[in-house]
Design a protein around this ligand. Sequence first.
Ligand code: GRF
Length: 200
Amino acid sequence: MKLAVLLSGRGSNFEAIHAAIASGRLHAEIVCVISNRPDARGIARARELGLTTHVFDHKRYPTREAHEEDVLRALAEAEPDFIALAGYMRLLSAAFVAAFPHRILNIHPSLLPSFPGVDAQAQAVAYGVKVSGCTVHFVDENLDAGPIIVQRAVPVRDDDTGDSLAARILEQEHDAYVDALIALSTHAWRVEGRRVVFEP
Ligand code: GRF
């Protein structure tokens, strides 16, 4: 399984995926790591790890399409089987998504379809849900909306803040993302409507 990782910040999910590969739990190869932010900690870490990295600073492009052209060119060179968005804070155009049907994954820190968008953990605390969690899903043209691959539940405590809940969800994210990639690489699967169905 050849993986491309797109990130914008801390990169802890990227590191979890890398660690799972290094330990032999996930049989995959990270063929490139792309950041839209030159200062992303995740891209610095990818460089330290000796991976192929690209920075395409979206602020230096006149349009979303121009930025995506460079990202697409790098992806075409790397030929990934899957593209893992790991804290990539850019909306992908419909054309970009259509170029990789059921090949782009994202992780979101809530049990979708609850609390899409930013600050999902703080949204969950403010709403008063007793359980939140994280979702690994395929990316479609809508925000945080594609078919769900893996979810993990995390109880919300009465004294939780957005930050404390985010920290506990993040631990589950790392495992859930790796599990989703293992499932996709070791099982036959198909998408039926909104459902991702794995063969036993
Ligand atoms: C994670 O909470 C992920 O769910 C969200 O962005 C955050 C990225 O964290 N999409 P990291 O950069 O992987 O540490």
